[in-house]
Structure formats: C-alpha cells, structure tokens
Write a protein that binds this ligand. Structure first.
Ligand SMILES: NC(=O)c1ccc[n+]([C@@H]2O[C@H](COP(=O)([O-])OP(=O)(O)OC[C@H]3O[C@@H](n4cnc5c(N)ncnc54)[C@H](OP(=O)(O)O)[C@@H]3O)[C@@H](O)[C@H]2O)c1
Length: 246
C-alpha cells in the first residue's frame, strides 16, 4: 500500500510517517521541503502518482478564521483534485473536535476543510482530535499575566501527538469511514488543572485563573465545546507521562 502524507515534517506528520512504516506501508512524505506546496498545488500530481491513500496533516500558519479558511480550502481543494486525478482510494483528513459545532475562529476554518472532504468523489475519513498537550502548553504560555496565568474556562480531554498519529495511521490503513473518528486523551480535567500540573512540573507554580472570555484557537468557547463524544478512541499517554517525557 502506498500512502502519501501531506504535512510529513509536522508534529503529527512526522509521527504518522513512523506509525505507517510500522504498519509496513510504503510512505511518501510530502512537504514544501520535498518541492510540494499544497497551497499552490506545485508538485502534487507527481507526488500522488500511484498513491492509494492520501493523509492530510498539514496546518495553516495562523489560528485566525479568515486566513485559516483560505489556507484549508485552497490546500484541501488542491489535494482532493490531485487525489481524484490519481485515482486515490482513501483520503484521510485530520480535523479538530468541535469543528462541527463551534462556528468561529480556527474551528470554522476546519469545518470548511471538512465540508470539502465530505463532498469529494474520493472515499474519505475524518479524524477529529482534541487539543494536543502542546496546545495546552502554548495556551498557558500565552496566558501569562502579572496576576497569574489566564486560561480558557473549559473542560478538556487533551491528547498526545503520539496517540493522534497512531489513530491517523490506523484509520489510513483501514477502509474509508465516510464519517468521523474522534481521537482524545486519557484524562479529562479542567483547563486550569492541566495548567497547574504543567506549571508545577516546570517549577513555577502560581495562580491559574479560569477566564470564560479567554479565546482558544481564536474562539471563545462554551465549557464543554471541546469534549469528545462517548465513542471517542482514547489514547494511552497521560498528561503526567507527557510532562515527564519532555
Ligand atoms: N494543535 C492542536 O491541538 C490540534 C488539535 C486537533 C487537530 N489538529 C490538527 O492537526 C493537524 C496537524 O497539526 P500539526 O500541529 O502537526 O501541524 P505542524 O506541526 O504545524 O505541521 C504542519 C505541516 O504542514 C506542512 N505545510 C504547511 N503549509 C504547507 C504548504 N503550503 N505546502 C506543503 N506543506 C505545508 C508543514 O510542512 P513544511 O512547512 O515543512 O512545508 C508541516 O509539515 C492540523 O490540521 C490541525 O488542524 C491540531
């Protein structure tokens, strides 16, 4: 089986390439470094030649709604066009839990990407992941204020990038779902509790303030907006293990 991975140099892409190779797959890693640009379409036809599966784990350079939507609709449009022309049998896109219900910010951009995937002629699967542990860390860093760390007031089940890559690879080697698989982490806690654990592990404990107006991925979210459904595929790596392994 030949699988093209678009976004192969990224956090998830590099791990997905490794997991696919564990499955014994012939992987074609693709990124701008390999002369393939999903925004312009340059190099795509050649890269997708003889591919059976395409995995899209590219990301936009911004969390802003308009620019993110422009990136994902253009990139996904180019990838789907090349996939259809190459006779690809399965297209796998990585999206975010909440893309179907949040309606603003980065989530709107991912919903636009999902719409294109759902309406293509190429058989497809969508994997929706909860926020990665790295995103919890980035939000905590960005929320540092003189009176403490301000984080969004949310319940979260964040996930390790290794668990997301394993889920994406698992879906890619299987039949198209014509639907969604949710990938989420082992623990559910409030955002401020994950942040407290993070700061403690960094040796700088301090006040963590849950702020209902603090945006996450460019959107102010309802408390349960990012929780997966009951059928989510739960990862094995806990937040505590991830903190220890850094
Ligand atoms: N962050 C989260 O918490 C979270 C949660 C759920 C789902 N997701 C989804 O996970 C996916 C992957 O995220 P990530 O963190 O792994 O991203 P990342 O580390 O930023 O990697 C992005 C990849 O996209 C490639 N790329 C960007 N623009 C490109 C272009 N014009 N042409 C070709 N390749 C391009 C980059 O390659 P080069 O720059 O080397 O070309 C890189 O390989 C995203 O779609 C995101 O929506 C993220």
């Amino acid at each position: 089986m030949r699988v093209v991975v678009a976004g192969a140099t990224g956090l998830i892409g590099s791990r997905t390439v490794a997991r696919l190779r564990d499955h014994g797959v012939d992987v074609v890693p693709v990124s701008r470094r390999d002369g393939v640009d999903v925004s312009t379409g340059q190099g795509l036809d050649r890269a997708l030649r003889a591919a059976e599966v395409v995995v899209d784990v590219t990301d936009a350079p911004t969390r802003r709604q308009e620019a993110g939507t422009a990136f994902f609709t253009t990139a996904t449009g180019n990838l789907l066009k090349a996939a259809a022309a190459a006779g690809v049998e399965h297209y796998v896109a990585l999206s975010v839990v909440g893309a179907d219900r949040v309606g603003s910010g980065y989530f709107r951009a991912k919903a636009a990407q999902e719409d294109l995937v759902r309406h293509t002629t190429v058989p497809y699967s969508v994997v929706r992941a909860t926020p990665f542990y790295e995103s919890v860390e980035a939000a905590a860093t960005a929320g540092t204020r003189p009176d403490g760390v301000h984080v969004p007031s949310l319940l979260l089940r964040p996930v390790s990038s290794d668990d997301v890559a394993a889920a994406v690879a698992h879906v890619a080697v299987g039949p198209p779902l014509f639907g969604v698989l949710e990938a989420a982490g082992a623990d559910e806690l409030r955002f401020e509790d994950f942040t407290t654990e993070l700061l403690t592990s960094l040796g700088r404990p301090g006040p963590v303030i849950a702020d209902a107006q603090a945006p996450f991925f460019g959107a102010v979210l309802e408390e349960r907006a990012l929780l997966p459904g009951p059928d989510a595929h739960l990862g094995h790596h806990t937040f505590a293990q991830w903190l220890k392994s850094r």
